[in-house]
Write a protein that binds this ligand. Structure first.
Ligand code: ADP
Ligand code: G6P
Length: 471
């Protein structure tokens, strides 16, 4: 295997293994924020991406994407259950998202989590050239930095957490909490979406492992581990240029005609996940229809909910509840050929997403908790003409940057209803001012700026960490 000077290690590869209708394997771009963000920067960088392509059994060989080499990892059925569906997505994911669903603590899952983290660390060690930078991503791989440091002390090791990192009161519930923090402390730089998360991490490192120092530099094991906030972003130029394409513009016009040319369109685009607040949103919309505050003749909602983690019980239950509710809303308020809500449980390609964004008068992004939420930023990038309103949850990382959105507490259904109405009735000049301010922000803080900021910080810290005397 050839070696690289930059290695990204993430549970997911940017390509997802989907079965085509004829049963053949078909590779598609993975939905999800992490894959979207890293795909955009790595396509033009000589690097290797170590990750899983979905499915069980031996990993298929994959072609390069531009200058990016893919190093696929395999998972067995037991590993998929214990590591991915279990510890990562039934223990850590709900706990890190404010425990909006009850985290499950199953002692059997830890071994699989550790074993898979070790295999990812070994694969990274194999493909990293001497002195390379290895950038480990997200909650699936929290043990990798430490394991990799043991295997390859010559490497510069970064870790970035895409999801929220919870306050000690919540994190302390975790069995194996000390090992998880120790794993992350193997990195030279631990990055988060928000300052508060870096603060939580520093507190936990002190409390659980006796590490000392400040929020941005933790002293542990004779090294300095730097931390900081690096809010992730999108490829603004890509979304802008997609949105300007004639195909996308025609598609948007067609969608508008199909939805009802004179109607206001509310749009939501999410992975089908319980953190996204889809049920609260449907309740708000259905109550507005029930109370006659919005009318079917003036309004239509489109909910795109791409399937996600479908073998995990909570996700199956959520899908059933949402589909039941969509059926109920259409049954009660729709008419023949005129549904109140269009529900699309399918992946879309980027151009079709851009067309959808252009069709939406109000984009409704109301997660109960979200590390960042790139959909909100994509919508802003797609509105080059400064029209459209963004309703955004205060509990999405993006709210800290997009303060010109209509911010809302999604747990408060009455507040959500009022905010939707405000966004629907807003003065076009006010909307244009808000949209222009948000677009200016994301243009300055796009995905390339994010990667540059992180990798520059990693480079600086690496020099420092490696020259410190060991205790
Ligand atoms: P998360 O990372 O939790 O899924 P984000 O909003 O940060 O949430 O990122 C979601 C990413 O997945 C975005 O880049 C979005 O464009 C993409 N995405 C969402 N829904 C779909 C879909 N139906 N088809 C393809 N991509 C999607
Ligand atoms: C979030 C996580 C990513 C993950 C994505 C999609 O964005 O932070 O690590 O890849 O969701 O979830 P999945 O389980 O399909 O990889």
């Amino acid at each position: 295997m050839r070696q690289s000077s930059l290695v990204v290690v993430a549970n997911r590869l940017p390509l997802d293994d989907n079965a085509a209708p004829d049963g053949a394997c078909e590779w598609r771009r993975s939905p999800g924020g992490l894959a979207s963000a890293l795909h955009a920067i790595l396509e033009q960088t000589p690097a290797t991406w170590v990750g899983w392509g979905g499915g069980v059994g031996p990993a298929p060989a994959l072609p390069d994407i531009g200058t990016l080499r893919l190093r696929p990892m395999s998972l067995t059925e037991d590993e998929l259950r214990g590591y991915y569906e279990g510890f990562a997505n039934s223990t850590l994911w709900p706990l890190y998202h404010d425990a909006v669903e009850q985290p499950v603590f199953d002692r059997g899952w830890w071994e699989a989590y550790r074993k898979v983290n070790r295999r990812f660390a070994e694969a990274a060690a194999e493909v990293a050239e001497p002195g390379a930078a290895v950038w480990v991503q997200d909650y699936h791989l929290q043990l990798v930095p430490q394991l990799l440091r043991e295997l390859r002390p010559d490497l510069l090791i970064g870790f970035f957490m895409h999801v929220p990192f919870p306050p000690p009161e919540l994190f302390m519930q975790l069995p194996r909490r000390g090992e998880l923090i120790r794993g992350m402390l193997g990195a030279d730089l631990v990055g988060f979406q928000r300052e508060q998360a870096a603060h939580n991490f520093a507190q936990l490192a002190g409390k659980l492992l006796g590490a000392e120092g400040a929020d941005d530099a933790i002293h542990f094991d004779g090294r300095i581990v730097h931390t900081g906030a690096f809010p992730v972003s999108i490829d603004v130029a890509e979304m802008e240029s997609l949105s300007a394409r004639p195909y996308v513009r025609n598609q948007a016009r067609q969608l508008r005609r199909d939805l009802g040319a004179h109607k206001k369109v509310l749009l939501s685009v999410d992975r089908l996940d319980y953190t996204k607040g889809i049920e609260h949103r449907l309740t708000a919309y259905s109550e507005l229809l029930r109370d006659g505050r919005v009318k079917l003749r003036d309004m239509v909602m489109v909910q795109v909910a791409v399937p996600s983690r479908e073998r995990v019980g909570n996700y199956r239950g959520l899908r059933e509840r949402i589909e039941g509710e969509v059926g109920r809303i259409n049954g009660e308020y729709g008419r023949v050929g005129e549904p109140a809500i269009h529900y699309l449980n399918q992946p879309f390609d980027r151009a079709d997403l851009a067309a959808l964004y252009q069709t939406a008068d109000v984009m409704v992004v109301t997660p109960l908790r979200d590390g960042m939420n790139l959909v909100a930023k994509e919508y802003v990038a797609a509105r080059g003409d400064d029209t459209g309103a963004l309703v955004l949850s205060e509990f999405a990382g993006a709210a800290a940057e997009l303060s010109d959105a209509f911010l809302v507490n999604p747990h408060d259904v009455d507040g959500l209803k009022e905010t939707l109405l405000r966004a629907l009735d807003a003065d076009p000049a006010d909307l244009a001012r808000r949209m222009a301010a948000m677009r200016a922000h994301i243009t300055d803080h796009d995905i390339h700026a994010w990667a540059r900021a992180y990798l520059t910080a990693l480079d600086h810290t690496g020099g420092l960490a490696r020259h410190l005397p060991r205790q």
